[in-house]
Design a protein around this ligand. Structure first.
Ligand code: PGA
Length: 262
């Protein structure tokens, strides 16, 4: 894991945006795994800026989102379909046919088949080149809550009460927060050729410390990224607050060889 500690989310997003821009310039039809929540917003602003001001082209990019609430129609104000349209897709030149987001309205016996189809579709386009991730206060990635199988694939999950409370700000009242989601699994995420995890704020400090410096354990699903061959972690100072080796990560970044692109 490469740990990059930044003064604030905006400067982190500028660096992370640069990493994505380099990928798209090398491979204009790259396959991106995308995330929702508050964390990716500074990065999405930066991608929109890169598109508008520097002509970064998304016309051949294909995307697969990590997760969606079960039971929410695409036009529900709190759905991730709506989130992605408002915060990213509506501002880029990405064709609608290139966008995939788990379908929140699949029910019953069709779910297993639908989830298998999502995995097949990712594989059919050659796999994810880069997966964006936030991290839950409990260490979840996607909606893979603690004790999720580290070998899991796209499937239905039940949200923990902590995650429902963390996400209650998008719903009114709290009772409306769904209990179930479709999420890519941990093995789906690990198959991506590179992974870019972001975390901001002191409420993520504990989960980040466990993920980066703790044991690899299903109790902190993000800790599996220690086993990933190309995982980059962008933090602000607050989210990095619990790291014992923060000075070393800063030292590594300061002495990064010029040829070693992110
Ligand atoms: P947040 O959620 O970006 O809204 O903090 C992160 C996550 O649950 O992965």
């Amino acid at each position: 894991m490469e740990i990059i500690i930044n003064s604030d989310p905006t400067s982190a997003a500028r660096l992370a945006g640069g990493q994505i821009a380099r990928l798209l310039r090398d491979k204009p039809d790259a396959v991106l795994g995308l995330a929702t929540g508050s964390t990716p917003l500074p990065l999405y602003h930066e991608l929109v800026r890169l598109h508008r001001e520097e002509g970064l082209d998304f016309s051949r990019v294909r995307t697969f989102n990590l997760d969606e609430y079960l039971g929410l129609a695409p036009d529900h104000p709190a759905s991730y379909h709506r989130f992605m349209q408002e915060n990213l897709f509506g501002h880029l030149n990405i064709p609608a046919k290139n966008i995939r987001i788990p379908k929140g309205t699949v029910v019953g016996g069709d779910l297993v088949e639908w989830c298998q189809g999502y995995e097949d579709d990712i594989r059919a386009v050659g796999g994810l080149d880069l997966q964006l991730l936030g991290i839950g206060t409990d260490g979840h990635i996607g909606f893979n809550e603690p004790t999720s199988s580290l070998a899991s694939r796209t499937r239905i999950k039940t949200l923990s009460e902590q995650t429902r409370q963390d996400n209650a700000r998008f719903f009114a009242p709290m009772d409306d927060v769904p209990y179930h989601v479709i999420t890519m699994g941990i093995a789906t995420i690990m198959d991506a050729r590179s992974v870019l995890l972001m975390a901001w704020g002191s409420n993520k400090m504990k989960a980040v410390a466990g993920a980066v410096e703790g044991p690899v354990t299903a109790m902190n699903p993000a800790s599996i990224l220690q086993m990933h061959p190309h995982a980059t972690v962008y933090l602000d100072e607050e989210a990095a607050g619990g790291l014992q080796r923060a000075d070393y990560y800063r030292y590594v970044f300061a002495h990064k060889p010029a040829w070693q692109l992110l």
